[in-house]
Design a protein around this ligand. Sequence first.
Ligand code: ZN
Length: 208
Amino acid sequence: MTDLEKKYFILVFQEKICTYERIDSLKNWQKGTANKKYRLIDDFYKDELAQELNNEDKTIKDLKIRFQRYQELNNLYNNEERQNIFNEPDEIVNWFVTKNSQCGYCGVSQEELHEIVGLRKGNLTLNGKKKRSKGTLEIERLNPALENGYQFGNIILACPLCNNAKSNLIDETNWRILFVPAMREYYEELLGKDLSNLVPVAGISNVK
Ligand SMILES: [Zn+2]
């Protein structure tokens, strides 16, 4: 990342300076000061990054585009436990791209999951609960026993059914051998057709 990108990333995604209140607290200003001073939050970024913007001949809009995909993934998946992997913006975006929007265990695609949500009248869950209702692929730990488990080499993109069923109760190898074939069969029955992807090749984990 360039100096400008690094500074913007820290400001927006790590320090989360995205509201007038956060600006006031960052600057130790009296409440309401930032709101009076800046018409838009972007005007604050412009001020704060003026030197770097000038050096690199960029605008705030350029930076927004630069981090757009990261922003989407961040909104969808980041939480306290996952902070580690989200501190590496390019790595997490590239990791996601290589996962091809499919479950790393059974191969069901995001599109097929949405199809099932449609067949179930807009909610993947059978009891109408909101959690997991949209059938979004999930970032999970391959080995839940590993300390600080959310790290590259130990994360997998998994469908809600695989993730929920495997949980921290079945290890990866047994899950793949014994349960994935049944999961695929279940999906194919729900969809009334073969799944579009084959079973993905298991990622080789370099984490002991
Ligand atoms: Zn799956």
